[in-house]
Design a protein around this ligand. Structure first.
Ligand code: GUN
Length: 292
């Protein structure tokens, strides 16, 4: 039976460490770190994510600003707001919540963010720095997964890591990070995606499986090998008649995989809270000018 990689606990540890740092900053009379978030439109999941980020800021003692723009806003107006945040010395880092409305060129918007304030690590300059093993803001979800592996002291060196999904936010950066020369890295990486035939042939050979495809319960126990480490990035909202109106489902069929895996992340309480904590970490790094 697999042991649980407790993202809720580790993320709380990280937030406590950040809070302790902020307490020192306050005691020394300096201004506190300040994260801004731009939310365009009315996407329910995006609203919930951004509200969580604001809450996390309060928890660690950061200042936060939530900038809401209507879905009808023009790309030019959004770019103007980004330029304003780039130039504001009181803002240490900011994010533009994705996805953006259809009239926006997402790449152009991301490129407009000053890489020094790009705490999501989405700017191509930061992505390139990541690939080249230079200091940079790592995207929050891959950063969270690396930190979870690190805090549980799980060996990645020489292991075969199979990643499912090649998104710019999770799968693709994860595939680069797991193969880097620093810890946790040094894995042999296979990046699989929707055009990979017989994915189970790859997952069965994997020491570490990271699923980020958004297909509830996709990965079944008979698709992994005995003793594998299973990391579930999926968080699909499934409507139900609970008080909340939905529950979250991961990409991993937890019960069948937990019977064979050595370590496994639950959903909720695994990668999700780690992602949130790492955005706070990146904001602190931006405030301290640790990256650049
Ligand atoms: N949409 C889904 N995840 C993220 C994230 O980590 N950052 C931003 N900006 N948008 C997202």
């Amino acid at each position: 039976m697999a042991q649980i990689l407790d993202g809720l606990k580790v993320s709380q540890d990280i937030k406590n460490e950040i809070k302790a740092d902020v307490d020192k900053i306050i005691a020394s009379g300096k201004r506190v770190p300040h994260l801004a978030a731009i939310l365009v439109g009315n996407n329910g999941a995006s609203k919930a994510y951004v509200n969580s980020k604001v809450k996390d800021c309060a928890e660690v003692g950061f200042k936060s600003s939530l900038i809401k723009m209507p879905s009808t806003v023009s790309e030019a107006e959004l770019l103007e707001k980004i330029a304003e945040l780039n130039d504001d010395p009181e803002i240490d880092g900011f994010i533009v919540q994705l996805p953006l409305p259809k009239q926006m060129d997402q790449e152009k918007v991301i490129m407009a963010i000053n890489p020094h304030k790009d705490v999501d690590g989405f700017h191509p300059e930061n992505f390139g720095r990541m690939a080249l093993e230079m200091s940079t803001f790592l995207p929050a979800t891959p950063f969270g997964i690396l930190t979870l592996l690190e805090r549980y002291n799980l060996e990645t060196k020489g292991k075969h890591c199979v990643i499912i999904g090649r998104s710019r936010i999770v799968g693709r950066p994860m595939s680069i990070l797991m193969g880097r020369k620093d810890f946790p890295g040094n894995s042999t990486v296979t990046l699989t995606h929707s055009y990979t035939p017989h994915i189970e042939e790859f997952t069965k050979a994997a020491d570490i499986v990271i699923t980020a495809l958004g297909d509830p319960h996709f990965l079944k126990g008979d698709m992994i090998k005995e003793g594998a480490v299973v990391i579930d990035v999926g968080i699909t909202r499934i409507d139900d008649d609970s008080e909340k109106g939905y529950h979250l489902a991961g990409d991993v069929d937890f019960d069948s995989c937990a019977e064979k895996a050595s370590w496994i992340t639950p959903v909720p309480g695994g990668v999700g809270p780690m992602t949130r904590a790492m955005l706070m970490k990146n904001t602190l790094l931006a405030y301290k000018h640790t990256i650049y």
